[in-house]
Design a protein around this ligand. Structure first.
Ligand SMILES: Nc1ncnc2c1ncn2[C@@H]1O[C@H](COP(=O)(O)OP(=O)(O)O)[C@@H](O)[C@H]1O
Ligand SMILES: [Mg+2]
Length: 303
């Protein structure tokens, strides 16, 4: 097959691993810097080009869109979809995963456990909101944050109120702000389950090394391999499905009420391979092989 990896370049570890595994399995692989792609929207003839080459001839595309490039990246993926090119992650699923509020709404509707979450546009009813999620401390979260940036722990009502007021004031782009129950049982720890085609192919626990409540590897967290319970596996798979993602990094916390899903990442990093020794890249290529020839199923998530 001719496979295109849409990425920021071949210096990226995940991109390198995907290319390596695809070539091992006899595929022709090209790394396409989606930021340098350009497109032509024309009646019945949409095209995407890269350095003068038409991308319509690829059999499959694996998007690895960075969160800070979501708009442009997903526009390129959407244009390829219009051309009938198979993509392992649909543009709409990538877009929805980048909005934590939308994601939590969908996950909750699908029956996936999530931390108690509320949202509002002002602090008039702050007391009621904090009560609804079980009192302080609370987590304040920007719907569009990544890598642990945009997540705040407010210990008191006063701190929560003033933090929210500051965020609302500088919220020109209209990012939604969530107020969330602080899952204290597993503070500083979370679990990443890597799901491919409805199966968990690797899982790890992440632990912050200092006293930070955030366990993101980008914040200095450390990963160790972990075995998930059947319930955790089921939840991770359900979460990926609810988001319409065939490849997903599902983040969850262990709580007294069972697994609570925090977010579902559409371009999960492959650092998990080093931690667990699992070959995640190969699983993705296998999935592409099995599914690229079939007709692309319509997105059924509906939000
Ligand atoms: N409700 C919560 N209770 C306790 N810790 C949390 C909660 N939400 C997030 N965290 C911690 O903060 C980290 C980052 O939050 P997350 O929602 O995954 O945002 P990001 O997209 O920035 O990674 C999580 O990995 C977890 O360690
Ligand atoms: Mg996260």
């Amino acid at each position: 097959m001719r496979i295109a990896i849409l990425s920021n370049g071949n210096g990226n570890y995940s991109t390198k691993r995907l290319k390596e595994e695809a070539e091992k399995r006899g595929h022709e692989v090209k790394i396409i810097k989606y930021r340098d792609c350009y497109a032509s929207i024309e009646k019945s003839n949409p095209t995407v080009s890269y350095k003068g080459e038409d991308l319509g001839k690829f059999d499959a595309v694996i998007p690895r869109i960075a969160s800070y490039m979501t708009k442009y990246g997903t526009a390129i993926v959407r244009q390829l979809e219009m051309q009938g090119v198979y993509t392992v992650s649909s543009s709409i699923a990538i877009t929805r995963s980048r909005d934590k509020l939308r994601s939590l709404q969908l996950l909750a509707k699908a029956g996936v456990g999530i931390p108690k979450t509320v949202f509002s546009r002002n602090t008039i009813d702050i007391d009621d909101l904090i009560e609804k999620i079980g009192g302080t401390p609370v987590i304040i979260k920007l719907a569009s944050g990544t890598h642990g940036n945009g997540v705040v722990l407010a210990e008191t009502k006063k701190a929560a109120k003033s933090t929210l007021q500051a965020l609302y004031l500088h919220n020109e782009d209209g990012t939604n702000i969530l107020l969330q129950e602080f899952v204290s049982e597993s503070a500083g720890t979370d679990i990443r389950a890597f799901v491919v085609g409805g199966r968990v192919v690797a899982s790890m626990k992440r632990q912050s090394l200092d006293d930070d409540f955030r366990s993101n590897l980008h914040k200095g967290g450390e990963g160790t391999a972990i075995k998930l319970t059947d319930e955790e596996k089921k939840m991770a798979i359900k979460a990926a499905k609810a988001m319409g993602l065939n490849v997903a990094g599902v983040d969850m916390m262990r709580s007294e009420r069972g697994p609570l899903i925090l977010e579902v990442n559409a371009s999960p990093g492959f650092g998990i391979e080093k931690v667990t020794g699992r070959n995640v890249a190969e699983k993705i290529i296998e999935y592409v092989e099995q599914n690229a020839k079939r007709r692309v199923r319509k997105d059924r998530v509906g939000a």
